[in-house]
Design a protein around this ligand. Structure first.
Ligand SMILES: [Zn+2]
Length: 192
């Protein structure tokens, strides 16, 4: 009974942050496993006693099953883990700074592109107005050309009519006094 009281005392003194203590008498380490002997005895033990129980199991040729305690529960961070996490934290901070800079750069590019788009939109509006003007001009010129074409056709008709008239007069008597193409009237000097 005296031993049990001592054990209970150890349990009460045990650092709660370390979880359950190993239930082996005189061991104050944190329990990491539950163990179950094939004769029914169960409990919790530290890593060191898990090894010892394993050896005992082989010696006795009796089975002892171990199950890791709270595998998800975090053991207090070791110094190296803390250093590693600090390193990761620093790396992430650098990455964030990098992203911030790139974001600022992209913002500036975006601003410049928006300005260019605005300038192009204005230019496009101007071009559209010019295009409308040019279409109006082309339309006007086309109408004028049609008018000239029609007048030209009329003049060709007139010319044909006049040529016909001239050739008719040529065939009439007394037309011999008329000059052929390139002939000069008598007594006229040819041009230099
Ligand atoms: Zn132990």
């Amino acid at each position: 009974m005296a031993e049990e009281t001592e054990t209970t005392g150890e349990v009460e003194d045990f650092d709660a942050t370390q979880g359950q203590p190993c239930d082996v008498d005189g061991c104050d380490k944190a329990a990491r496993f539950t163990y179950t002997w094939d004769w029914g005895q169960t409990g919790v033990c530290c890593e060191q006693h898990q090894v010892e129980f394993g050896q005992k199991s082989q010696t006795l040729k009796r089975n002892c099953q171990f199950v890791a305690l709270n595998p998800g529960a975090e053991a207090p961070l070791e110094r190296t883990e803390r250093a590693q996490l600090k390193g990761e934290c620093y790396a992430l901070e650098m990455e964030i700074t990098d992203y911030k800079n790139r974001n600022a750069s992209l913002y500036e590019q975006n601003r410049q592109l928006a300005g260019q788009v605005q300038a192009l939109t204005v230019r496009e509006a101007e071009s559209g107005a010019q295009l409308r003007d040019m279409r109006a001009t082309v339309e006007k010129e086309t109408k004028a050309a049609d008018t000239y074409r029609r007048r030209n056709a009329e003049m060709v008709d007139e010319l044909t009519r006049l040529r016909l008239l001239v050739s008719t007069e040529d065939t009439q008597p007394g037309a011999g006094s008329r000059l052929g193409p390139g002939e000069l009237p008598p007594g006229t000097l040819p041009p230099e």
